[in-house]
Design a binder for this molecule. Sequence first.
Ligand code: SAM
Length: 329
Amino acid sequence: MLRDSYNRTIRDLRISLTDRCNFRCFYCLPNGEPPMARKDTILTFEEIAYISEIFVSLGIEKIRLTGGEPLLRKDITKLVRKLTDLKAALRDLALTTNGFDFPRHAADLKQAGLDRVTISLDSLNSEKFIDITGVDAIDKVLDAIDVAKQLGFEPLKVNAVIVRGRNDDELVDFARFAREHALSFRFIEFMPLDSGHEWSREMVVPGREMRDTINNIYPLALKEPSRGTETSWRYVFADGASGEIGIIAPVTEMFCGACSRIRLTADGQIRTCLFSTVEHSLRDVIRSGATRTEIVEYIESVVMKKEPRHYINDPDFLQPARTMSFIGG
Ligand code: SAM
């Protein structure tokens, strides 16, 4: 069991497969990547599978593959197949994607054993979609959502980062979409993790406001009285319509006290918090020929350093050097 110094149990591992992305979302990676890390610094599939197996033996129950855009990593299906060997102990093997290449890979991923997929969709309007993501790809993402449903990737989650003046006028449309497509639409507060350093407090739409806006048109009922270790408050539609709404409000309603997450970057650094300013090179430990016991001890010692909370709302908050696309959202 992995437990940190604040007695939080770590059960959720997010693995970034690549820093690269084919979208240019203004809130994440507007200007593209800096020169790529040397290829030999990126963890191989064998290394990821070995590390995952160790993490699972230490109590990790959920693995989410992310990035950058994880579907840009060649042969991702091979990795999913390797990870399904762990599924006896793993409750959930999931992928977060922008959806662009998903239809091409979906059947193979399903067959390889992927349980769930989360797809990002930041606007239902094609012009606005281009404005936010930098690519003309709304049809591809909508197609990805259809394909995911057809193949039975359930429950299907769709994420939108809601930003003041950009897409906050679409909340009710998103909610209608969730009802019509019987999926979970999750709205995320904009966090200061954008490589363009455009974030400002005024751009954050508080989770409570998002919920109220939807609730005024489609009354909502809280699904569970407690959020547990989940990031989102989950709501169902009070009129019994299908679909679900999730509100993820890390800025205005910090949920660090119940955090169960840990992250591994594509180049093998453990990050104990999205907002960590230090990283821990598991890659160096693995590549130095450490024994399994030494690796376990290293992971346990890093987990003990997990931060008590993020400091976004403190006056001296410093944005971490590595941004969302490098950390793995
Ligand atoms: N490329 C994939 C995608 O588009 O979903 C996976 C990586 S992306 C970094 C993972 C999630 O992080 C997405 O839901 C994205 O919207 C979210 N994200 C990125 N930057 C963010 C920011 N500054 N604030 C809040 N969420 C952000």
